[in-house]
Design a protein around this ligand. Structure first.
Ligand SMILES: CC(C)(COP(=O)(O)OP(=O)(O)OC[C@H]1O[C@@H](n2cnc3c(N)ncnc32)[C@H](O)[C@@H]1OP(=O)(O)O)[C@@H](O)C(=O)NCCC(=O)NCCS
Length: 321
């Protein structure tokens, strides 16, 4: 791939593995431009503030919910080292293959956060969380009893990470910082459908970057939910992108009925960022929160860092499963 957006996705050297929307949760297109209103905000390294609140004191994941967490990927050295200690040998080897220190550190933090988040739901130490990988690199939980797994996916862009967790259905998530794309016309011509290109052509120039990333993240979220990845099928996945339309999967390889089985949620975790969550289900509620980061590095190993008196659990699966 020659375009800059594809090049940005290849920072790692020789990578091998591999609601209905609620008020504080998923948002309508255009919301990424809004300023943050929550009182208990935390800044990203670039100064942007998360739009999502901290979780309630007891966040319980039911069968009809998706929990979406946002977090920044900067951390002091002691916290970075504590996250690194929770990683597997495979993850530590991957970390060492990043060309730039900043990309390596962000990988360690997002994998450490992923382990910490999943560890809370599974009631286990982050270091004990075990992953296996599908054929195109999608990580899944290893060693969990059939029917009792947690589905999850993560995405990151420019120091911000999103993590989605659900019980019922595989899902995919993607986030991008809205930024100017010099070859926007060429990329859209190559990876977007004629329908999407026509929608883009009708928009005023100042709305193009945001609409472009709505389109990109919605397609990518779907392709991450299926585990296929973006190598082959971006043009075959057709989505809504206009600022006045809700997020929607329009067609998959021309099939409108197949697309209608899916739900897309638009996400706006911080000003200047847009994201999308794709799930093959209807009427799941997406609840969006900021992952609490505390000062206590020693708590990372036990999955309790920053959660203070808050707890994250899963509604128990029925005994018959
Ligand atoms: C998955 C993919 C879309 C991610 O692109 P990206 O925008 O750079 O990255 P994001 O931040 O959105 O997501 C990265 C995360 O997605 C997850 N992921 C990796 N591969 C995935 C896949 N095939 N499906 C869903 N999720 C995947 C991982 O958790 C990864 O995080 P990690 O780097 O900590 O492991 C891209 O890497 C891809 O298309 N991979 C497929 C590769 C492929 O086709 N391989 C075939 C050759 S065998």
């Amino acid at each position: 791939m020659t375009s800059s957006i594809m090049a940005e996705k290849k920072q790692e050297v020789g990578r091998s593995t591999g609601p209905e929307q609620t008020a504080s949760t998923a948002t309508e297109p255009g919301a990424a431009r809004q300023t943050a209103v929550a009182s208990n905000q935390e800044s990203l390294s670039g100064g942007a503030e998360f739009q999502w609140p901290l979780p309630p004191s007891h966040a319980q994941l039911g069968g009809h919910q998706i929990h979406v967490w946002c977090a920044g990927l900067e951390a002091p050295a002691s916290r970075l080292a504590a996250f690194a200690r929770t990683l597997s040998e495979h993850e530590r080897n991957r970390a060492e293959r990043f060309q730039f220190d900043r990309d390596r550190d962000r990988f360690i933090i997002r994998r450490g956060l992923l382990r910490q988040i999943l560890g809370c739901y599974l009631n286990t130490d982050p270091a004990q969380v075990s992953f296996s990988y599908e054929s195109r690199g999608k990580p899944v939980l290893a060693g969990i009893r059939d029917g009792q797994t947690l589905h999850f996916n993560l995405s990151h862009s420019h120091g911000l990470a999103l993590f989605a967790v659900a019980r019922q259905s595989a899902l995919g998530i993607d986030v991008e910082r809205i930024r100017p794309i010099p070859e926007i016309d060429q990329i859209a011509a190559r990876f977007f459908s004629p329908y999407e290109n026509a929608l883009l052509d009708d928009l005023p120039k100042d709305q193009l970057p945001e609409a472009f990333f709505h389109c990109w993240t919605r397609k990518e979220a779907y392709l991450k939910a299926t585990g296929e990845g973006i190598a082959d099928s971006l043009p075959e996945v057709e989505v809504s992108l206009s600022p006045w339309r809700a997020a929607q999967l329009v067609s998959i390889a021309g099939d409108l009925q197949a697309a209608a089985l899916w739900t897309l949620h638009a996400l706006a975790p911080a000003p200047g960022f847009v994201g999308a969550l794709a799930v093959k289900a209807k009427n799941l509620e997406a609840l969006c929160w900021r992952w609490p980061t505390g000062e206590g590095d020693s708590d990372i190993a036990h999955g309790a860092e920053g959660l203070d008196r808050r707890t994250v659990t899963v509604v128990p699966w029925p005994a018959s499963l």
